[in-house]
Write a protein that binds this ligand. Structure first.
Ligand SMILES: NC(=O)c1ccc[n+]([C@@H]2O[C@H](COP(=O)([O-])OP(=O)(O)OC[C@H]3O[C@@H](n4cnc5c(N)ncnc54)[C@H](OP(=O)(O)O)[C@@H]3O)[C@@H](O)[C@H]2O)c1
Length: 268
């Protein structure tokens, strides 16, 4: 099983930066060939060259904007046109938009749902159908610790991640006995461009030292291990595990009230 998986080709969305790029490095280190997907083709090509050189794996690049309505279907068609035997799907691409919901531009609200929910779901649908027909495959969907609770001032983002967690947990049970597994990776604050963007959005009110954030390479390693073990949910890092465990033990009204208090302080 391990030897077979070591050769499986993984398609990773959002591989041009952050956690996705580290996931690509982790898969390559473990001998997987790759299909790297994001908008910035130059970054993907540089990463593909690095990984091919260092690990001798095949790394294909598909530059795509997954916000575009037809992009998920076109990506699947491109994989088929190139005859790439993808057996692992990693839905990592995501965006974060913060601020009061009523103040957000409609396009930003739409973008959150189009990428974090729609593209992830359609890619899962297309690939899982193929994986089930083949009797094997693995899916890793990147959620967040924000999936475990409502997060005022990140209302839509956290709700998209709650969707990813719920969707993936449901699939992990539904797919039992098919040879296909589904895993939700739920990172806490991780040192990537997304956190810089999130902190900038609060005008300096949220200022977490980089040393207190998770290293994206550690998150990727935890995600890879959980995927290969077929685990349904992975929360990387002891602190994040304690936090999400505590949240799940509290009454919903208390979780909501604490989130509301923190959110109002950030918006003031
Ligand atoms: N960083 C955190 O603290 C944290 C915590 C929990 C969960 N997460 C989740 O982890 C995942 C990765 O986040 P990250 O922190 O690594 O963010 P990041 O550094 O901002 O990277 C995001 C990746 O998604 C790609 N992407 C963005 N929009 C896209 C689009 N329209 N079409 C295709 N690709 C697109 C970006 O590439 P291009 O710009 O080249 O398209 C980039 O490769 C996300 O799902 C995020 O929600 C992050």
């Amino acid at each position: 099983m391990a030897e077979r998986d070591a050769k499986d080709m993984a398609l990773i969305t959002g591989a041009s930066a952050g956690i996705g790029a580290e996931l690509a490095r982790e898969f390559a280190r473990n001998g997987h060939s790759l299909v790297l997907v994001a908008r910035r083709g130059d970054k993907l090509r540089a990463l593909a060259a690095e990984l091919t050189e260092r690990h001798g794996i095949l790394a294909e690049v598909v530059a795509a904007d997954l916000l575009e309505p037809d992009a998920p279907a076109e990506l699947v068609a491109e994989v088929e046109r190139r005859g790439l035997p993808v057996a692992i799907l990693v839905n990592n691409a995501g965006v974060l938009e913060s601020g009061g919901f009523h103040q957000m531009e409609e396009g930003r609200v739409e973008g959150l749902i189009a990428l974090n929910v729609r593209a992830l779901t359609l890619l899962s649908h297309a690939f899982i159908r193929r994986f089930v027909a083949a009797g094997r495959g693995r899916v890793l969907n990147v959620a967040s610790i924000g999936a475990f609770q409502p997060v005022p001032s990140l209302a839509v983002y956290a709700a998209t991640k709650a969707y990813v967690l719920s969707f993936t947990e449901a699939l992990s049970e539904e797919l039992r006995g098919t040879g296909v597994s589904a895993t939700a990776l739920c990172p806490g604050m991780t040192d990537t461009g997304m956190m810089d963007h999130a902190m900038a959005g609060t005008g300096g009110k949220l200022n977490v030292p980089h040393a207190m954030m998770s290293d994206p390479a550690d998150v990727a390693r935890a995600g890879y291990r959980a995927l290969m073990a077929g685990r349904a949910v992975e929360v990387p890092g002891v602190g994040n595990q304690l936090l999400t465990g505590l949240v799940q033990l509290q009454p919903r009204w208390l979780v909501r009230a604490v989130g509301g208090f923190a959110g109002r302080r950030l918006e003031r």
